[in-house]
Design a protein around this ligand. Structure first.
Ligand SMILES: C[S@@+](CC[C@H](N)C(=O)[O-])C[C@H]1O[C@@H](n2cnc3c(N)ncnc32)[C@H](O)[C@@H]1O
Length: 241
């Protein structure tokens, strides 16, 4: 097995990783991440059934992730995963690895299914930083536990609070990859906060992008090459003004 050393790109400002990178193994396939992800994905599936049941009995006062009433929805869903699909999770890992991403921003962490895939890619890329955001306090507690159990703390900065505020400051000079997976009406505003840090090739994955037509119009217009992945995920690449 050939072992290559991680390299450091100083302009990203991340610490040089002490990890050896093996070209034939990924963190996704090894303990502690593999069994942890298997459990989280199985719990996420179960929680989708709970969400469907909740929707069926309580549509009137439940809020809606597609509208300005999103806070009520996410408060009511504070025990639910609402995770990306396993396919989208693997897509995130693949895109982060193949683009050699070192600086990633995530809008909406929940319990960390997508977060752990992205951070695993950073580790396997030799280092980097994922800035992730979550405004439900109890989710932040569990998110921290899951990250610690995965041994990925050194790659992740959690910004607790509303992403409209937490992503309005202290961003990396260049962002390589973005996951948008928080409140859907905020996608255009969050993108506007991050866009000044994009460079040619920056990738943006937006889950449930079909719930925000304004976002789709933006990324399918100038500045991006954009395409749908599966039924509700939009993958876009910044090409510049
Ligand atoms: C769909 S879930 C994220 C799922 C996660 N990406 C995963 O794959 O496990 C959306 C999460 O974003 C959070 N969220 C929604 N709007 C937010 C905002 N404005 N700021 C911070 N977090 C937000 C919600 O509390 C919720 O946990």
């Amino acid at each position: 097995m050939r072992i290559v050393n991680a390299t450091k790109h100083s302009h990203y400002g991340y610490r040089k990783s002490k990890h050896k990178v093996s070209p034939t193994m990924t963190s996704l396939h090894k303990s502690p991440l593999a069994p942890l992800l298997a459990r989280l994905i199985s719990e996420a599936r179960a929680s989708e059934d709970a969400l469907a049941a909740q929707r069926a009995v309580n549509t009137a006062d439940g809020g809606d992730p597609r509208t300005e009433d999103y806070r009520a929805f996410y408060a009511r869903a504070k025990d639910l995963y609402l995770a990306v699909s396993p396919e989208t999770a693997r897509l995130l890992y693949v895109l982060a690895r193949s683009s050699h991403a070192h600086a990633i921003v995530e809008f909406g962490a929940s319990f960390g299914v997508s977060t752990l895939h992205l951070a695993a890619a950073l580790k396997d890329n030799g280092g980097g930083r994922l800035i992730t955001t979550e405004f439900e306090a109890t989710k932040v507690v569990q998110l921290k536990r899951n990250i610690a159990a995965a041994g990925l703390e050194e790659f992740i900065e959690i910004r607790a609070g509303d992403a409209l505020e937490t992503l309005a400051r202290d961003l990396p000079e260049r962002i390589d990859l973005v996951l948008l997976d928080g409140a859907k009406p905020l996608y255009p505003q969050i993108l506007a906060l991050l866009e000044p840090r994009f460079g040619p090739g920056t990738l943006i994955v937006a889950d449930n992008a079909d719930m925000c037509p304004q976002y789709l119009t933006h990324v399918r217009g100038g500045g991006y090459i954009s395409l749908p992945f599966a039924s509700d995920v939009e993958v876009s690449m910044w090409i510049g003004d």
